[in-house]
Write a protein that binds this ligand. Structure first.
Ligand code: 1PR
Length: 568
């Protein structure tokens, strides 16, 4: 078999390469139009915007050879945008024209009762239920797969007969049904990312590759049982394990964990000092090696992992080879989405070479990251946008990266801190965002109200911007997700800050990840029941093995909250 992968230049194609290596397949990259003739199977793992992908294929003289290859009837597997290019057009990029074998248009999801992008794990229902028991069927109706997209082929046989004729599975998001995989002859495509879908995804790719070597699939359509939306969709809440990474005093990259962002061991009262503790007080807390911990969390069933380089604001990340190497090594072992944060900004190398943020992000994507998380730079960009009257100028890290890689690849990490004020006298600009009358926070602040102030540089500098203003601003600039920390709750184990989370969640339509303060499995149940967030993230309790990911998911399942099984 001559298996070729098509790289359209945007996004993380490394994950698919890692998956194929793990499964033991050899492959080549399509590097010129002639390679299409050499291929007996092609996988196209697309990501990003429809128009950008088509443009890239055209510019490199690959659109026509791809069209010819697909017409030839040889095995083709398109992933995400690799499936979308089979369609004629997309409202995402109205002037771009796809391959068009499926004469239909892709459209954006509605926002009714759900965040957009559709980001997370969902089920895929076979339209021909008899296939469920077939050993040659790659998709399992009992599994969950990882989706990340805003545009889709709506499933509505009357309105979109061509899409329905190609539909192999449908998926429900909110009350919308869409085509989550297509199949006809040897052309196969999934809207979800099997290379990011854990064991279920690896099995899918392996089954397709084996099947495509044996025999061409019959061109005749399968028996399709038409679908209608069910009362509840199969979308699951995500559990994310986060690793804060920095160099310790010996210069090794370690996973650390702060208490309210202070990652150094506390001073120990002199009466209790022993020789050993004298040495460790003040040292960077070391909770393990990033690659080993990432592999452990993947095995334990985490739905997503996050690596934050917490001191990279001090220097250029492109010079920070250890972190890139960590990402590369981690990506070889984990087959769920990986977010990398810290230092995603315009930077300058010591030799004076300018590295725009989009290039820095590109280096992380090529290393194996699926999303980048932007902290300090997002605050500066929103301040600039607000000063300019509320419109971005197209130059910020958020704008340039989301334009090139799609909004789903851009997370903004918010580091807010409570500012306590006297509610009787406060007349400042955050009056409308004050939280009143909660017996919450430190003893010294009892009876006061508070607002949430944004900080930069790991909480070291406070800025004149609220968490709500930042969240709304980054959504306008083109962020696809918010990672909402809380400096007050970080490492305390007191539970998520529900006031903060609800306030931000109500202010935006993109997905929100609740972070900081998880101390028990019940805290996860509470955050999903009381704040309609898409995901919850924890660090300390997982690192110290006080609560396991399986325990959290069991508790959520018992509470009737949809979660992905830890075995899939
Ligand atoms: O500003 O773009 O370079 O990004 C820096 C990134 O590093 C930001 O995402 C910022 O949140 C993070 N960061 C900076 N300093 C620290 C620190 O801890 N000193 N960590 C830091 C932020 C918070 C979460 C933590 C949760 C859950 N860490 O990552 O994992 O609070 O913890 P818990 O479950 O133990 O309560 P830039």
């Amino acid at each position: 078999m001559a298996l070729f992968l098509l790289d359209h230049g945007a996004g993380n194609v490394q994950s698919l390469a890692n998956t194929l290596r793990k499964l033991g397949y050899e492959f080549s990259w399509i590097s010129c139009p002639e390679d299409f003739h050499k291929a007996s199977s092609i996988i196209f793992p697309g990501q990003g915007a429809f128009g950008t992908s088509i443009e890239h294929l055209s510019e490199h003289g690959m659109l026509e050879p791809l069209r010819e290859y697909i017409k030839s009837g040889k095995p083709y597997f398109g992933i995400c945008v690799g499936m979308q290019v089979l369609f004629e057009t997309s409202t995402e990029s109205p002037s771009a024209r796809g391959i068009g074998v499926i004469p239909c248009q892709l459209e954006i999801f509605d926002h009714v009762g759900k965040a957009v992008p559709h980001m997370g794990w969902n089920s895929a229902d076979l339209l021909d239920p008899t296939l469920a028991n077939s050993p040659s069927e790659a998709i399992s109706p009992s599994a969950h797969y990882y989706f990340v997209h805003s545009y889709c082929a709506k499933y509505n046989p009357e309105k979109y007969p061509a899409a329905a004729e190609w539909a192999h599975t449908t998926t429900q998001y909110g009350q919308e049904l869409f085509v989550s995989s297509v199949r006809k002859g040897n052309v196969f495509g999934t809207q979800f990312h099997p290379e990011k879908s854990g064991v279920a995804g690896l099995t899918l790719i392996d089954t397709w590759l084996k099947q495509s070597q044996i025999e061409p699939v019959s061109a005749s359509p399968t028996t399709r049982v038409p679908r209608l939306p069910k009362p509840k969709d199969g979308f699951t809440k995500r559990i994310i394990a986060c690793m804060d990474v920095r160099a310790n005093d010996e210069g090794d990259l370690v996973v650390t964990k702060g208490d309210q962002y202070d990652v150094r061991e506390k001073a120990i009262p002199s009466a209790t000092l022993s020789n050993t503790t004298v040495k460790t007080a003040g040292a960077v807390r070391n909770l393990g090696k990033p690659v080993a911990l990432a592999a452990r969390y993947f095995e334990a069933g985490a739905d997503e992992l996050c690596l934050l380089n917490i001191t990279s604001f001090r220097h250029s990340p492109l010079q920070d080879q250890p972190m890139l190497a960590v990402v590369r090594a981690a990506a070889e072992h984990i087959f769920v989405p990986l977010t990398i944060g810290g230092g995603i900004k315009d930077s300058v190398d010591p030799d004076g070479t300018k590295r725009p943020a989009v290039e820095v992000a590109g280096a992380y994507f090529r290393a194996g990251a699926d999303k980048v998380s932007i902290g300090s730079e997002a605050v500066h960009a929103v301040e600039k946008m607000r000063a300019a009257g509320g419109k971005g100028d197209g130059t910020s890290a958020i704008e340039t990266i989301s334009k090139m890689y799609g909004i789903q690849a851009v997370v903004v990490s918010i580091d807010p801190k409570r500012v306590y004020v006297d509610p009787a006298t406060y007349d400042g600009p955050y009056k409308d965002e004050l939280v009143y009358g909660k017996p919450d926070g430190p003893e010294t602040e009892r009876g006061k109200a508070w607002w949430y102030q944004c900080t930069v540089s790991g909480g070291r500098e406070a800025r004149p911007l609220s968490a709500v203003q930042l969240a709304q601003g980054v959504q306008t600039l083109g962020a696809g997700e918010i990672l909402l920390n809380s400096i007050d709750r970080d490492g305390t184990g007191l539970g998520f800050d529900l006031d903060l989370i609800n306030m931000v969640k109500r202010a935006v339509t993109i997905p929100v990840v609740a972070s900081s303060g998880a101390g028990t499995k019940e805290h996860f149940v509470t955050v999903f029941e009381e704040a309609d967030v898409e995901a919850a993230l924890a660090a300390g309790i997982f690192h110290r093995e006080e609560v396991g990911i399986r325990e959290v998911k069991d508790a959520l399942h018992e509470a009737g909250i949809n979660v992905r099984s830890t075995n899939s």
